[in-house]
Design a protein around this ligand. Structure first.
Ligand code: SIN
Length: 542
């Protein structure tokens, strides 16, 4: 079945819905998710949205906190855009009536999380912020007549025309395959936490979007930077998140004797950047010690953190003991598809926003609660940009279809997830990385996947994305942020501001995130540099 539309958005999290709400008022938009709307990382987000919304705070402080947490491996101009524009969009959201949490005195209730110098985390429903935002956006989206939301449609191939532009996508549905032809395809498919056997992410967060874009020829970078969250509820395996907001409210990491773990380890103690706390928890557990969060000092815990309370009750953790068993687990991918703040990727008419994209705003380790902010901000900026500059695609002459091939040898899913945790987890050794890489596909080739099942394709995509993480982790012979190498314990100046970029089977180490100077917001200049496809400011009505 073929569908002709203006814009296809892949994904159902905050970035996807933010963009869809804006674009749906101007264009015919199809938003496709591979599961339902409760299955995004955004929906699960507990902490909140980091934003400068009070006079007691300032953008320079939020920028500084972001850079320190990410160890200065950033695109600074994009960080500034995130913090400054993001604050405006969050204020708009609040003014429009988003049901954030307020104090009894009627002030916005602002939380504190790791590595923030100010209370600046806007939250809702206590620790149910993501769910509240998704519900709010979904409610608004229902009134947009040109927005079609299709669940359980799994994208497996991006289509390129003979000009090298993205012009469509093939998907699998319960009723068979469908092909969407569109003027723009937007990837907002989220991260890749489920490449690891211990994760806070949804169990189907395999990094599909990165594999899709990479196989289509897009640039992908910063894949070595995978953030591990220090506090996943741990009961015979990881089974959910215990938000950093709990430590922001006074809780502490302790061992089984109630001895504080983070004392003397970092100036910010229990609220040190995540790569620091996760590493400390990792070392304790590797030495055979269990770790806990002591919540005994938090009054009315169940009212402040209803989601975590429910989770603990489900796992039969007795909260009256004041201790929650935790372990670190994969949480967020700082890397992804190279994209500008307007979502432009290296493939014309293919855009990327949210966790699947790498705009350089998270550096080597994301600051807490900057990811919902990212979805809100860049979803908005990209939509605005498309509304202002969109042109209609007329060329649906596809490049030759990839040939049918057999899958390369693939590991079983659980074996791959365990191997990723072991070799490309919190601490990475050369030997383990090399051994794992030998079992992963490294050649770049597009395959005709039309006869394969969704499960087979997801497993293949997992291998592609995992392979990029492992290759990048091997290449970066230093420790920086969330990337910790056993043999290279320090940062090395030769790796400062170096981006490892993958494209079409090649890997380059370069000094800039963008090869072309597109970040200057000068579409004309970009156009003259030969960045094809973005035609300057010719407004077209679809
Ligand atoms: C948390 O609530 O601890 C996670 C929030 C985030 O990842 O930003």
């Amino acid at each position: 079945m073929n569908v002709q539309t203006d814009i296809v958005i892949l994904g159902g999290g905050i970035a996807a819905l933010q963009a869809a709400r804006k674009l749906g008022n101007h264009f015919k938009v199809h938003l496709l998710t591979k599961a339902d709307f409760t299955m995004s990382s955004s929906f699960k987000a507990q902490g909140g949205v980091a934003a400068v919304v009070t006079a007691n705070d300032h953008p320079t402080l939020h920028i500084e906190d972001t850079l320190v947490a990410g160890e200065f491996h950033h695109h600074e101009e994009n960080v500034k855009t995130l913090v400054e524009r993001g604050a405006n969009y969050v204020k708009q959201l609040l003014n429009n009536g988003f049901p954030a949490d307020y104090t009894e005195e009627g002030n916005l209730s602002l939380g504190l999380e790791g590595a923030h110098s100010r209370h600046r985390i806007v939250h809702a429903g206590g620790d149910a912020t993501g769910e509240k935002i998704i519900d709010y956006y979904m409610e608004e989206s229902r009134e947009i007549p040109q927005l079609f939301m299709n669940t359980y449609e799994f994208a497996y191939e991006l289509l390129l025309n003979c000009d090298g532009e993205c012009c469509g996508v093939r998907v699998k549905t319960a009723e068979g395959d469908k092909t969407y032809y569109a003027s723009y395809i937007i990837l907002a498919t989220g991260g890749a936490g489920a490449l690891y056997s211990c994760t806070s992410n949804q169990p189907n967060s395999y990094g599909d979007g990165i594999a899709l874009a990479y196989l289509a020829g897009a640039e992908v970078t910063d894949m070595e930077f995978v953030q591990f969250h220090p506090s996943l509820l741990y009961v015979n395996g990881a089974c959910g998140l215990v938000s950093e907001a709990v430590r922001g409210a006074g809780a502490r990491f302790v061992d089984r004797h109630n001895t504080p773990i983070m004392a003397g380890k970092h100036l910010l103690g229990d609220l040190a950047p995540r790569h620091i706390t996760a590493y400390e928890m990792y070392k304790m557990r590797a030495a055979g010690e269990e770790v806990f969060i002591d919540i005994s000092m938090i009054e009315s815990f169940d009212k402040k953190f209803p989601t975590i309370t429910k989770l603990c009750q489900k796992e039969q953790i007795d909260l009256t003991t004041g201790k929650i068993p935790v372990a670190p687990g994969s949480h967020f991918l700082m890397g992804g598809i190279v994209a500008t703040v307007k979502g432009e990727t290296s493939i014309p008419r293919l855009l990327a926003i949210g966790e699947v994209a790498c705009t350089g705003v998270h550096g080597a380790n994301r600051l807490a609660s900057n990811s919902l902010l990212e979805g809100i901000t860049f979803g908005h900026l990209m939509a605005e940009y498309i509304v202002q500059t969109a042109t209609k695609q007329h060329n649906f002459m596809l490049v030759a279809r990839p040939v049918a091939m057999n899958f390369p040898p693939l590991l079983q899913k659980e074996i791959l997830q365990d191997a990723m945790l072991e070799a490309a987890g919190i601490v990475r050794s050369t030997e383990a990385l090399e051994a794992l890489l030998a079992q992963l596909p490294t050649a770049w080739h597009q395959m005709d996947l039309s006869n394969a099942s969704q499960e087979q394709i997801e497993l293949y995509f997992m291998h592609v994305t995992a392979s990029l993480i492992v290759q990048a982790a091997l290449l970066r012979t230093e420790s920086r942020g969330a990337h910790i190498r056993r043999e290279y314990k320090q940062q090395h100046s030769e790796w400062t501001k170096k981006w490892i970029v993958f494209q079409q089977g090649n890997v380059n180490v370069r000094d800039t995130l963008y090869e072309y100077n597109q970040i200057k917001s000068d579409v004309k200049a970009v156009f003259q540099r030969g960045y094809r496809g973005w035609r300057p400011f010719k407004r077209v009505h679809f």
